[in-house]
Design a protein around this ligand. Sequence first.
Ligand code: UDP
Ligand code: MG
Length: 310
Amino acid sequence: MTPIFSIVLPVYNEHENIPELYRRLNLVSKQLGHTTEMIFINDGSSDSTLKIVAALSKKDRRVRLINFSRNFGHQVAVSAGLDHSRGKYIAILDSDLQDPPEVLPKFFAKLKQGYNVVYAIRRDRKESWWLKAAYAGFYKLLSVAANINIPLDSGDFCVMDQKALHCMRQLPERNRFVRGLRSWIGLKQIGLEYKRAARFAGTTKYSLRKLFRLAFDGIFSFSFVPLQLLTFFGFQFFTLSIVFSLLIVYVRLFTDFFVPGFATTIILILFTSGLNMLSLGLVGEYVGRIYDEVKQRPQYIIESKIGFNN
Ligand code: UDP
Ligand code: MG
């Protein structure tokens, strides 16, 4: 039977959260009053996540499982969930209960008013001050640098209709920044505020490295500004070098002023070679992404699927 609602749930070592998540989703699904499928994407967990979800799926036909062959990352897991959703309305939810399932009816109701995407905006974050500051800085940078408008403080938590889902599925890129892609597709979108809870159990599965990679994907997948900055600085330095050359010729020809200039030279060399390296790094970010795309590898490998035959 085709479900009306699909709920996409990426899970990576969330065994402590799944029973509570399932319990609360179950209540919400009753409230929604239509058939709901819960699509868990096991992103290479090393704890008992797989076993727990598989057991749930045995008991409850609405629970479906996509089991990745290894950890491919949250954004890819979400994309796999979208690829497998069959519902008329789709939700993307974190599995640690930071995104409370209880707000879903309100979000779905908004879709019925004619919106294609309703994304969640975090009203207050239960995170450390330095992480909050980093997030604020990142979203600011993104809104300044990205060519598209990614709403401030919106995460991946959202609901969408089939039209938006269809558009999302058409985007083949490997370095995925889901909230950016979601904004990129356009259509009718609206943000709704919600109170982001603290994690129910366990610790964050986003290491600092993963968080940085996500931030880089956000910037480099949606913006040429870093490259344009390079051109800008290149011009500035070029102009500066011409001015200095003229100045040196003038000093040499028309004055007796002798400049040792050792420190200045060293500083200039260090500065410009630093800038060169940084520039190469920036270009490398793009080249690496181009390389990823031309290899045309699938975004993920599925080891097994459970519950998709009914
Ligand atoms: N997650 C995932 N793969 C990963 C990292 C995280 O599927 O490599 C899932 C995780 O299980 C959770 C969601 O993505 O359901 C968000 O992760 P987390 O709560 O750790 O991130 P945070 O909320 O701390 O940013
Ligand atoms: Mg979380």
